[in-house]
Design a protein around this ligand. Structure first.
Ligand SMILES: [Zn+2]
Length: 337
């Protein structure tokens, strides 16, 4: 079987995927039409993104684009559309399980009802998932540079929705303006409330940010973490603590963290024995998908099928799921790999 077909049929797991950033041009244009944004303007914006090959040049430009697309989500029906479309895409790519991040901090910042937004998205995703065989759980993300108080509200809501599939609390955004030490108490509280924890780190800042996320926050997984590779001691720390890195190749190129996928320190990270998962992050904004990320990784680093299946295995192990569900996913993977 050709490699591309093999990757396509592989039952996959995605752990780092934002609802807002998952929306492709078609969904954005549809939302724009609903919300009386200018569809021509939106189509031009999408075409421009494509012309630039989905590269934003720097993190700030990406944040602006993210705010723009998140701004198009206006009503609960919009969130429902985003949730449904996301699950349809996952199913088409043979993603059997996903932990989807909702930028809860952004919903609150927009002064929208987080209850209404989440319930609509979660219901639509669950309905589509039941039909298509995709299981989705949720991560509520606070925006670290907005500070502690809004993050506290995100945590409160995450805990409230544990029964509705919210499995973890995390932080994303500007690492410099929202340092980890601000969130130590919140992470402790998250654990006390039975939530798992993640943190974006080592994306816009160096290895010290990854160290802080692990040592101060006790984050169970690190989003990106690529700059941990600048300090072998930090790589050893994440390896020894068993903290997996959620690697997102196209994302790092798109936000300017690296110039090309081949510049990603993935081989060095793997050589140190760190567990890695492959993810698409904001596939709509980056013109990618999990399947494409697997193909890109295979092409760039010449990974074997065994290594590629290993990334899925790592994602199953790192998922915030009960052991019974993990073994079901493992069985599916074994029969396809
Ligand atoms: Zn992310």
């Amino acid at each position: 079987m050709p490699l591309e077909d093999w990757i396509a049929q592989l039952p996959k797991v995605e752990l780092h995927l934002h609802l807002e950033g998952s929306m492709g041009p078609q969904t954005l244009i549809e939302l724009g039409r609903r919300n009386r944004a200018d569809p021509t303007e939106l189509a031009r914006w999408a075409a421009d993104l494509e012309r630039r090959n989905f590269r934003f040049g720097n993190f700030q430009a990406f944040v602006e684009a993210y705010k723009f697309v998140a701004g198009l989500l206006d009503s609960p029906a919009d969130y429902a559309l985003a949730g449904k479309r996301l699950v349809e895409t996952l199913a088409a790519e043979n993603v059997r399980y996903a932990e989807v991040t909702l930028s809860a901090g952004m919903v609150l910042w927009k002064k929208q009802s987080l209850e209404a937004a989440f319930e609509a998205a979660a219901q639509a995703a669950a309905d589509a998932g039941a039909k298509l065989g995709v299981h989705v759980n949720w991560i509520f993300d606070a925006i670290r540079h907005f500070g502690v108080e809004p993050a506290r509200e995100v945590l409160r809501m995450a805990a409230r929705y544990r029964e509705r599939g919210v499995v973890a609390f995390g932080i994303g955004g500007d690492e410099r303006r929202g340092p980890a030490d601000l969130f130590v108490d919140l992470y402790r509280e998250a654990r006390d409330r039975g939530l798992h924890t993640t943190a974006h780190a080592g994306e816009t800042m160096g290895p010290e940010s990854v160290r802080a996320a692990v040592e101060l926050l006790g984050a169970e997984r690190i989003g990106h973490g690529l700059r941990a590779a600048e300090d072998r001691a930090v790589l050893a720390l994440v390896r020894d603590r068993g903290v997996p890195l959620e690697v997102c190749l196209s994302s790092n190129v798109a936000t300017g963290a690296i110039a090309e996928a081949s510049d990603h320190p993935l081989p060095a990270i793997l050589r140190e024995g760190v567990r890695v998962t492959l993810n698409s992050d904001d596939p709509g904004l980056f013109g990618t998908s999990l399947e494409r990320e697997f193909r890109l990784a295979a092409r760039t680093f010449d990974f074997s099928r065994e290594q590629l299946a290993g990334f899925v295995e790592n994602a199953i192990a790192a998922a915030f799921l009960a052991e019974r569900e993990k073994s079901e996913l493992r069985m599916g993977l074994e029969s396809a790999a």
